[in-house]
Design a protein around this ligand. Sequence first.
Ligand code: SME
Length: 150
Amino acid sequence: MALEPLKPKIARLISESTTLEDTLLAVCRLLKSQVPHYDWVGFYFKNGKKKELKLGPYAGAPTDHSIIPFGKGICGQVAVSNQNFVVPDVKAQDNYIACSISVKSEIVIPIFVSGENVGQIDIDSNTLDPFTPSDEEFLEFVCAQVATLL
Ligand code: SME
């Protein structure tokens, strides 16, 4: 899957940004529709001063997990570790919050503003072990672009 051609499309969405909400939703929809192994794409952001994440715009099936405490699940762990988290097989994870039984793998990349971890992009896949270093590099680009709006 060639992710490189999507970079200018992401950059255009960011540069033509109207509201933050609409732009992030457009990013989610673009990624979900263009990358076959991205089945759920969403943003979580730090909820004010609370030690929890709050669900932002997303594309895919609705989730019950609109609030995730720091440390819980893959997302909550990334809020604390400040590092990318690639999960080739969610069944192998103890600290995992299931959103749908069809999900087999997940990738979470943090978003930094002035060095602070303010949120993340979370992607679920219905394919086992689909993520490569190219996904990480591409999603770091997406997060850096999004950070310019925050
Ligand atoms: N699986 C995530 C929860 C969020 S859903 O994937 C939308 C986790 O373990 O943190």
